[in-house]
Design a binder for this molecule. Structure first.
Ligand SMILES: [Zn+2]
Length: 353
């Protein structure tokens, strides 16, 4: 069963000249309709609820909540150069957090529940104290923490496949071991947020529970999937989470104006396959996803639906067929060196084959 969570508030937040805009949701919704997803019996559309300010403060400082709230009251306030409020931003941000919480609650409610919160603004760059990178509050982190606090999950694995490192999520859970955070992203030397190196493995009790897989410029499907396969499944299997939460970003598409990777639409289907199969194996198919980046409007919708197909009840896993559509590019030697380095760093904490 797949639930898509949406709300009209997500279309009202806009930032001047920035492609993190409502058109993103329009192209996704259009493709969801065109692909027949919304006519299926195993797919439903659900309206997001509004989160409370109280729940924001379980993760964020009062100062950040006030900054975003007052920015919205004033109108156009640039909290950073690319994180700008309009009069609807606070309401949209509260609704985004509400959508992520709803997705999380649906996912843990019974077996084979998959819920995707089609939220704007996105969240994975927002730290405890700071909004940045188009993100005001960390939707997924608040939802993850909420599930733990409400005892709906004891252990959660987060997989972040956005082009950019989810520095906010990492910051929030850096010293925790009840939330495993795994992120594949562009080499931090090349792009915002300039963090996410192999050695950033967590601290204190959280040491070994923050996994960064930085990838070189122009990494294609096959190379990306090889990096995923060599690190992610064995760690998630050993961790045995109660649910998998996903920061789903589509800015790794080849030619995305804000991205540097070279993934194809089929590449996103293969990523979806891996997450679906892993969830079936370790946590009864329970997955909640929230929308992060993705700005290549002519392919965003197709990449989105491709990534969700493997969660449909009648999807036939056929990796050979998919393989023929996957592209290959990027610096293989650099990827090999990264995977070698990661295995060395993570060996004290995980059995990586
Ligand atoms: Zn991104």
């Amino acid at each position: 069963m797949i639930s898509f969570i949406e709300h009209n508030d997500y279309y009202k937040h806009k930032m001047p000249q920035i492609l993190e805009n409502p058109k993103r949701l329009r192209v996704i919704k259009k493709e969801l309709t065109a692909s027949g997803f919304l006519e299926r019996k195993d797919v439903t559309l659900i309206s997001a609820e509004l989160a409370t300010e109280k729940i924001l403060k379980t993760i964020h400082t009062e100062q950040l909540v006030d900054t975003v709230k007052h920015g919205s009251m004033v109108g156009d306030v640039a909290i950073t150069g690319d994180t700008i409020t309009n009069e609807f931003t606070f309401q949209a941000a509260l609704r985004s957090v509400g959508g992520a919480i709803k997705a999380g609650e649906l996912a843990v409610s019974s077996e084979n529940q998959v819920a995707f919160a089609l939220t704007r603004p996105p969240g994975h760059h927002a730290t405890r104290t700071n909004a940045m990178g188009f993100c005001f509050f960390n939707n997924l982190a608040i939802a993850a923490n909420h599930l733990i606090e409400k005892k709906k999950a004891k252990k959660i694995a987060i997989i972040d496949f956005d082009n950019h490192y989810g520095n906010g999520t990492a910051d929030i859970f850096y010293e925790r071991n009840d939330i495993l955070n795994v992120s594949l992203h562009i080499d931090p030397k090349l792009s915002f947020p300039y963090q996410g190196r192999e050695a950033e493995i967590g601290e204190g009790e959280g040491t070994g529970y923050n996994i960064c897989i930085p990838l070189p410029e122009k990494t294609g499907d096959k190379e990306y999937l090889e990096a995923f396969d060599k690190i992610v499944p064995s760690i998630v299997r050993e961790y045995k989470p109660d649910v998998i939460l996903v920061s789903a970003g589509y800015d790794g598409l080849n030619g995305d104006p804000y991205g540097y990777l070279s993934l194809s639409v089929s590449g996103f289907q293969a990523i979806g396959e891996r997450i679906a199969q892993l969830a079936n194996e370790v946590c009864h198919g329970k997955v909640a996803l929230t929308l992060e980046g993705g700005y290549k409007f002519d392919e965003l919708g197709r990449a989105f639906t491709a990534s969700m197909k493997p969660f449909l009840t009648d999807y036939e896993f056929n990796s050979k067929k998919l393989l023929s559509n996957l592209n290959s590019s990027g610096n293989k030697n650099q990827i090999k060196a990264t995977l070698g380095e990661l295995k060395k760093l993570l060996k004290p904490y995980w059995r990586i084959d």
